[in-house]
Design a protein around this ligand. Sequence first.
Ligand code: G3P
Length: 218
Amino acid sequence: MKFFIDTASIDSIKEAKDFGILDGVTTNPSLMAKEGITGDENVKAHYAKICDIVDGDVSAEVISTDFEGIIKEGKALAQIAPNIVVKVPMIKDGVKAIRWFTDNGIRTNCTLVFSAGQAILAAKAGATYLSPFIGRVDDTNWDGISLIAEIAEVYAIQGYDTEILAASIRNSRHIVQSAKAGADIVTCPLSAIMGLLKHPLTDIGLAKFLADHKKANS
Ligand code: G3P
């Protein structure tokens, strides 16, 4: 399973790369706004900066919701760097645009996915990645991980190539559960990845090893 980081923060991206586990980056308009990146040209320049740091794929989301607008924006985003993937919302014109991008050699990430039915539509349109939002499903008292498992089952039965990119990951446990449920990729804040390091017995065990070594060598 690949690890993408869900952020527009250059510092977080650099830290994840330095840690040695970074396979790609996803962003969305909220994450860009959080970093204070506004205006078309600044947004494009920021994506270029991210693509310079990251070897893997970088998802850049369109703002348009009509077919022509999505195509225009997506084409411009795809020109920024070869590792840009155009992120398109799961709406009627979005699915139509994903089909167009697929037919024209532009890779896509279908976002805001909350059901297996939507996942089938995105795969039929040829989406490269599919982003089901685990945390937001959990927020509604449904089960985000079951959604990943259902999509993984359908995709395996049907032999779809679209990769399942589990998004809206809120904690380290979600990462483990996504791996078990068949996600191809998780995208999450760096904190959720760093949380995978934690176990009290590791800390206790290391402290004991170091103390025993010190005693024996003093
Ligand atoms: O990038 C989409 C997704 O990861 C958003 O996560 O935490 O805002 O639901 P969240």
